[in-house]
Design a protein around this ligand. Structure first.
Ligand code: CP
Ligand code: NVA
Length: 310
């Protein structure tokens, strides 16, 4: 199986992945070596600190071998078609983890290869981030039921995956963006279908940051300009500031609100120093949880793939 976004998962899959992640977190150095004799290609078309380190360390601690390859070190899509790269890599390694500009690159790797492909961020989505975030929310809030999560800012890749993750665990989510910067319509539709399927949770889009922040259990934000985005900075600085997470906005949320950001952050833009460094911030737990969640993803995907009929 592939993990290109969270819509391939059911609620029980998320529960399983979070359980695995909790086990890996509790047993950091003495857990099962599920990647023994396995090699994992980890490809980056864009920069990364957390994803690169957490995947590399996850593979190492699971007993496997990782090959980290930057875009300019391999032929991906330039000197060689994605199809040929996918077919060749499938002869060498057991899975591909890739951070790409165009989501279609992941789809093509999955289409032409014969091994699992894991999305390490694309223009459309960032599922591994959200699995780590769900683990973090569970740690702080114990359960997802009845929790209000507010995402403020740009309706980007992180937001697109967060709305699926939130729907799958049944949270009530409000997304507040400036007009024209809403999340991907297809992801919104999929999230609403998931909410309908389980009869739990909700999703609302608004252009009002205060409506989103009001009584929130979780406040989440991300950069206003993502890697590869061609937004005009002057325009962004004109329309995005009301969506900044700052002390004033925090007053609308619940007293025990947690503040989340996938990092890297543009301090002073989407979030202020006092909030990201403040008592409500859980950003470094989120970052750490990438490691545990990614180990869980490997376990889940290899179990699922071994039971698939080939
Ligand atoms: N959150 C996240 O994916 O960070 P990196 O860009 O550092 O990998
Ligand atoms: N939305 C950000 C997330 C970085 C982890 C980006 O795509 O640049």
């Amino acid at each position: 199986m592939h993990l290109l976004d969270l819509d391939v998962l059911k609620r029980e899959d998320i529960e399983k992945i979070l359980k695995y992640a909790e086990y890996f977190k509790k047993n950091r150095y003495n857990h099962e070596k599920i990647l023994k004799d396995k090699s994992i290609a980890i490809i980056f078309e864009k920069p990364s600190t957390r994803t690169r380190m957490s995947f590399d360390i996850a593979v190492h601690e699971l007993g496997g071998h990782s090959l980290i390859m930057n875009q300019n070190e391999i032929h991906l899509g330039k000197k060689e078609s994605i199809k040929d790269t996918a077919k060749v890599m499938s002869r060498y390694v057991d899975a591909i983890v890739a951070r790409v500009y165009e989501h279609k690159t992941l789809e093509d790797l999955a289409k032409y290869g014969t091994i699992p492909v894991i999305n390490a961020l694309s223009n459309l989505s960032h599922p591994c981030q959200i699995l780590a975030d769900l683990l973090t929310i569970k740690e702080y809030k114990k359960s997802f039921k009845g929790k209000k999560i507010a995402y403020l800012g740009d309706g980007n890749n992180v937001c697109n995956s967060l709305i699926l993750g939130s729907a799958l665990v049944g949270m009530d989510m409000v997304v507040a963006t400036p007009r024209g910067y809403e999340p991907n319509a297809l992801n919104v539709l999929k999230a609403l279908e998931i909410i309908d399927e389980y009869g739990e949770g909700s999703l609302k889009l608004t252009n009002d940051p205060i409506e989103a922040a009001e009584d929130a259990d979780i406040l989440y934000t991300d950069v206003w300009i993502s890697m590869g985005d061609e937004k005009n900075l002057d325009k962004v600085l004109k329309i995005f500031p009301p969506f900044q997470i700052n002390e004033k906005l925090l007053e609308y949320a619940k007293d025990d609100v947690i503040v989340m950001h996938c990092l890297p952050a543009n301090r002073g833009m989407e979030i202020t120093d006092d909030v990201i460094d403040g008592e409500h911030s859980v950003v470094y737990d989120e970052a750490e949880n990438r490691l545990h969640a990614q180990k869980a993803v490997f376990k889940f995907i290899f179990e699922a793939s071994s039971s698939e009929v080939r």
